[in-house]
Design a protein around this ligand. Sequence first.
Ligand SMILES: C[S@@+](CC[C@H](N)C(=O)[O-])C[C@H]1O[C@@H](n2cnc3c(N)ncnc32)[C@H](O)[C@@H]1O
Length: 358
Amino acid sequence: MPAAIQQTAINEEKMNAFLGKVVSDFGASLSSALVYLGQKLGLYQALAAGGPATPAELAQRTNTNERYVREWLINQAAGGYVEYDTESGAYSLTPEQAVALTDEHSPFYVGGGFFVIKAMTAAVPRIEEYFRNGGGMRWGEHDPDLFVGTEKFFRPGYTAHLVASWIPSLTGVEDKLKTGGKVADVGCGHGASTIIMAQAFPNSRFWGFDNHEASINQARQKAEAAGVSDRVSFAVSDAAHIPDEQFDLICFFDCLHDMGDPVGAAARASEVLAQDGSALIVEPMAGNTVEENFNPIGRTFAAASTLCCTSNSLAHDGPALGAVATEDALRSTVLASGFKEFRRTTETPFNRIFEARR
Ligand SMILES: C[S@@+](CC[C@H](N)C(=O)[O-])C[C@H]1O[C@@H](n2cnc3c(N)ncnc32)[C@H](O)[C@@H]1O
């Protein structure tokens, strides 16, 4: 042990408090893999749909191995993700647990986060290498559960807020979209936001762009399934090269901070926006000082940023704004691209919503 550490007096109370926190993180970290498994195997769905079940009953309902299910249920009950009845030995979900873990259409659904965690964790060996030698990992190089999980994770927030509050917070955009406008969704991923807007504004036309081809293919299929593909088109395109349609609204949902060239992306948006149009920039919630991020949300986004967002930008020799970019950093980026106005229009616990105008 180094001499400096040997000589430092340990406060036992503080040590116990810290170790208690770490043990709770051990449980949370490992359990996130089990929540992922519960979703993949339909264990939560089966509990929600079929009611209380013993391990053997749940294994039978889901055609899985009882021995694994028994262990999984103990972990889930210990973490407060399922309830346990001592008398019957049956496990169940409360209505709140059932909605949050199984209902992908609910604004309260949180399941997507566990797909994201699983995929980002798989990137650790590569990120370790980039810590040592620089460089980065491109979005499309990640475990495909990142793309699935990102859609699942963000869609509930878009369902709850995009049409009800974010679009109305912009200058004159809602009226334009009601009567018939043109909208670009840049870095659209699987197109969840594009499709939600298309469903809400049937007189408007929508274009989704992303430089990740597999995501664009998924987005096309989802638009088809949602019955909006006559007014929604998706194309593989870098943000800096989207076509000029004189859009009334250009959206960047959780992607500007990831980009290799965010100034170039915003500059292209400014060029192809109609005269009175707006850019909607949705970014993760973060503080204006480092210490304002010292909370569970800042902790989560800074971790995702280390494993994915910062790394994607660095892979393209970018400025690596990161998921916890300050408002000042975002403003400088957007104003450097040619936009004249930048303001925060609203926010949620997870997101900051900005409007940029020329
Ligand atoms: C965190 S995901 C968000 C996806 C989607 N907007 C959503 O909210 O679900 C970031 C997306 O930005 C895309 N992206 C990153 N850099 C890009 C660029 N230069 N041009 C186009 N898309 C880009 C990625 O491929 C990825 O789909």
